[in-house]
Design a protein around this ligand. Sequence first.
Ligand SMILES: Cc1cc2nc3c(=O)[nH]c(=O)nc-3n(C[C@H](O)[C@H](O)[C@H](O)COP(=O)(O)O)c2cc1C
Length: 196
Amino acid sequence: MSNLSQDAMQQLFSDARTHSHWQPRSIEDSLLQALYEQAKWGPTSMNCQPMRLVFVKSPEAKEKLKQALAPGNVDKTMNAPVTVIVATDMTFYEGMPRLFPANANARDMFANNTALAEATALRNATLQGGYLILAARALGLDCGPMSGFNADLVNDLFFAGTAIKANFLINLGYGLSDKVYPRGPRYDFDEVCTIT
Ligand SMILES: Cc1cc2nc3c(=O)[nH]c(=O)nc-3n(C[C@H](O)[C@H](O)[C@H](O)COP(=O)(O)O)c2cc1C
């Protein structure tokens, strides 16, 4: 493997910002499919892939989601061309025989241990949501992740009768770069890292 170009690194990391204001430009369904096709390759423990996605795009679906948003997240979400609900399938282990055939015990290992299943589901679906943000940036999209919403209500509205639970939301679109807040500082290496 070789390093990405400096431009590519900047697009993924140091130049990428969290966006709240959007150009009036839609996102084709084919781009949402391309987004998942990249994000799906990020690693998960035992290849368990617990992330489930709902791309909220239609005006009807946006109105449904609106009820669950924290007040400060309403305008940015209603103006974004797409909001994706990054969710977690708490019964992800039912897919293990297909996803991790090397271990015939994989399904039962989680099915018989609720604490392990919950921790694994949350850890890996959240990781997959992070991969999704980076994949979106790689494809030229801007992101606005959000945890300010009523998860129980989103679960009732979008996932009733299932074991799928909302994790966080991401607004997707083409941001207005002149409207972003001043960049918040990041910790330096020595403040938060050790090499032992
Ligand atoms: C998981 C997550 C949840 C967030 N929730 C909200 C939110 O509910 N509302 C909001 O305005 N910003 C939210 N943010 C945005 C963060 O404040 C923002 O990403 C952070 O300050 C870094 O900004 P930057 O990418 O422009 O440097 C969230 C970000 C993440 C990753």
